[in-house]
Design a protein around this ligand. Sequence first.
Ligand SMILES: [Zn+2]
Ligand SMILES: [Zn+2]
Length: 344
Amino acid sequence: MKAAVLTSLRHMEIIDVPRPSIKNNSDVLLKVEKVGVCGSDVHYYETGRIGPQVVKYPYLVGHECSATVAAVGRGVKKVKEGDQVVVEPAVSCHKCEQCKMGRENTCYNLKFLGTPGEGDGCLREYMIMPEECCLPIHGKITLEQAALCEPFTIGLYSVRRSRLEKNANVAILGSGPIGLSCMVAARALGAREIYVTDKLDYRVDFAKNTGATWAGNPEKEDIVKAILRQQPLGVDIAYECAGEQEALDQAVELLRPGGVLMLVGIPEFDRVSFDFCKMYRKELTVLYVRRQNRCTRLAMQMVSAGKARIDSMITHYFPLEKADDAFELVAGYRDGVIKAMINL
Ligand SMILES: [Zn+2]
Ligand SMILES: [Zn+2]
């Protein structure tokens, strides 16, 4: 079978690898259908690492996917051959202290699809996942929507974790797929005014057309002034989804006293700084987001009920053979790309 593997920095090749087979009773053999290209995949593609997670070549990335069940192990009960599924990319141990606390996303023994040192990714025709990671869609959502569920859950989890209350006013800094997912989730969960920023005009326009109250480009105007003109007391929650120092500083300016700063974006450098005086005078709460926890089913329900319209994020399709073109496109923010999807 075919797989698209990273072979060096900015190089991807299509190679032949053996088709995996079922070994454990809980194994499900999946025929991969659609794979979304994530910013983190592109990070591995461009720089070969994210923090301490370093790629050893050849390496298979990809973790946002939908699939069809091709075969199941003897103990599998929840899915059967032919079922279409959302693939939950995190495999947690259910035994460690973090799992026992209900924090599977920070499981000490976590194996995440397409993460160096943890497991191969899904840019291949077939793969094995445990039954618990295969959530059948029962024809209620499309395979494209199913592949978008993973990035959407990050936004949904961020919004739930921020304890957004009905009619809250929020700012979202950075409107790539994760920022837009925060926007869609915040809208669905009752936010009143949503202010979105991005340095790319086409993403500003996209946010305006898909649910933002207002959207602006910080390179073209003073977005802090523009938002505070509309919300003189400041916003209740700011979601920093750009991973940039400048956006962190803007978020602190935008928040009202007692507001919540959500750190969703991953900065290029390990250290960022905060203006201590401003932070403590406003008595802000800062919360980090590590992927997501227990949001996949809710995400699927929201998408199938039409409460979360995420489809329009898909701007480009590529066949597996052209996976490197998809990565180059996303890496260069070219051609108005929001989410590139690879068809298998
Ligand atoms: Zn992702
Ligand atoms: Zn665990």
